[in-house]
Design a protein. Structure first.
Length: 401
């Protein structure tokens, strides 16, 4: 933007195209250069001293670990898109989960963690937080205002992830946040599914928003990266812990994420459209019991999703009618366009069998058949449907054998 002085309320798509770019300071080049830097030189001791002022520790370029113009550019854009105060980058989405938890919890504290959380977040509670004397209680993702009953005097964090990993329950985040704040706890949210673009977490009461930028922000399945966006109140606490732990992001990765961000709005719109088309088709299949996708009117979370989200992305679950594992594997192996692999959020479609029943403790996942997770990419949805049709054909053959 040539002038950022005026009170212009640019909309998100405009911000996606313009934020974090300062061509006037880089010979007019549209995109910012990539700073590969560890050492940052000062021209004299006065400048060296000035850069070490603790009050501006995270605002100046003084050591590669603490940020460069490349990482600052991405942070500026991410915070503005989600409506947060400031952002910080981490080496992975998982690091973006663990560092804020470490910042907000100390020995003797209690954490309320959603039962449908991303598995490795749970592992962190079990394997690391327990060793620090921090207790975790898992809660039903559909608990709503019932969360108030689980709050203890030492509950410092309520962790939400909506929709839930693998099972896609939509949480009533504003209600949970109100109860948490009433009891003096902070709300940390894994907002990766919606990205900063489709769930304005701070307007819904969240204090710290966590993103696996690896997914839709980067969008091309070629970078592992995390981002944390916070309110003003939480910024220094989380940023300081991240620095104390030595978290940072590689310059090329930050650049790729900034580049991905420019097209995130149009990509997400297409992911959502394609996913809805495939999900609707799947709903009508005789092999399918139900589709776990809040954008479908039949989904139990649809009303909340419509109230709180600005759209849907390309990731959802499918519960099949009862079928042996071998038949499901034969179906997946027959697919041409769906890759078999971890992660999601790239331009391409993926499929995996999942086991949501494993690891749950507060709720039971009693599905009537095997569960799959699909990521719907940017391919023509009709080709994806025809591919799945071939897969179901193989499923039926395997079941008849
Ligand atoms: C919901 C969610 N959060 C966080 C992560 C972790 O991201 P990363 O793979 O960048 O560590 C993932 C990865 O699959 C995820 O699905």
């Amino acid at each position: 933007m040539k002038s950022d002085g005026g009170p212009r309320n640019y909309r998100k798509d405009t911000l996606l195209a313009h934020l974090g770019r300062h061509p006037e300071g880089q010979h007019g080049a549209v995109n910012p250069p990539v700073y590969h830097a560890s050492t940052i030189l000062s021209s004299n001791m006065a400048e060296w001293e000035k850069k070490r002022d603790p009050k501006t520790r995270f605002d100046v370029v003084r050591y590669g670990l603490l940020g460069t113009p490349t990482t600052f550019a991405l942070e500026e854009a991410l915070a503005a898109i989600e409506g947060g105060y400031r952002a910080m980058l981490m080496s992975s989405g998982l690091a973006a989960i663990t560092a804020p938890l470490q910042a907000c919890l100390k020995c003797g504290d209690h954490l309320l963690m959603v039962d449908s959380a991303y598995g490795p977040a749970r592992n962190f509670c079990e394997r690391v937080l327990t060793r620090c004397g921090i207790a975790t209680t898992y809660y039903d993702p559909l608990i709503g205002d019932g969360i108030a009953k689980l709050m203890r005097p030492n509950t410092k964090v309520v962790y939400v992830e909506s929709p839930g990993s693998l099972t896609f329950e939509v949480q009533d985040v504003p209600t949970i946040a109100a109860a948490a704040h009433e009891a003096g706890a902070k709300v940390l949210m894994d907002n990766t599914w919606a990205s900063p673009y489709l769930f304005p977490s701070f307007a819904r009461g969240v204090d710290v928003s966590i993103h696996a930028a690896t997914k839709y922000i980067v969008g091309h399945s070629d970078v592992i990266l995390g981002a944390v966006i916070t309110t003003e109140e939480m910024y220094l606490k989380v940023r300081t812990m991240a620095a104390d732990l030595g978290h940072c992001a590689a310059p090329d990765d930050a650049y790729y994420a900034l580049r991905g961000l420019r097209t995130m709005g149009v990509r997400l719109e297409r992911h959502g459209q394609n996913a809805l088309a495939v999900a609707r088709w799947l709903q009508r299949r005789p092999e399918v019991s139900r589709v776990l996708y809040p954008a479908l009117p039949e989904d139990p979370g649809h009303a909340l999703w419509k109230r709180d989200f600005l759209g849907a992305t390309g990731l959802f679950g499918v519960v099949l009618k009862p079928a042996p594992k071998e038949a499901v594997y034969a179906m997946i192996d027959a697919l041409d366009l769906f890759g078999i692999g971890s992660s999601w959020g790239g331009f391409e479609s993926l499929i995996l069998p999942t086991n949501p029943e494993r690891g749950r403790t507060a709720t039971r996942w009693n599905a009537e058949g095997p569960t799959l997770r699909l990521h719907i990419g940017l391919e023509d949805p009709q080709d994806l449907i025809e591919d799945l049709e071939r897969g179901f054909h193989r499923l039926r053959i395997a079941m008849a054998a």
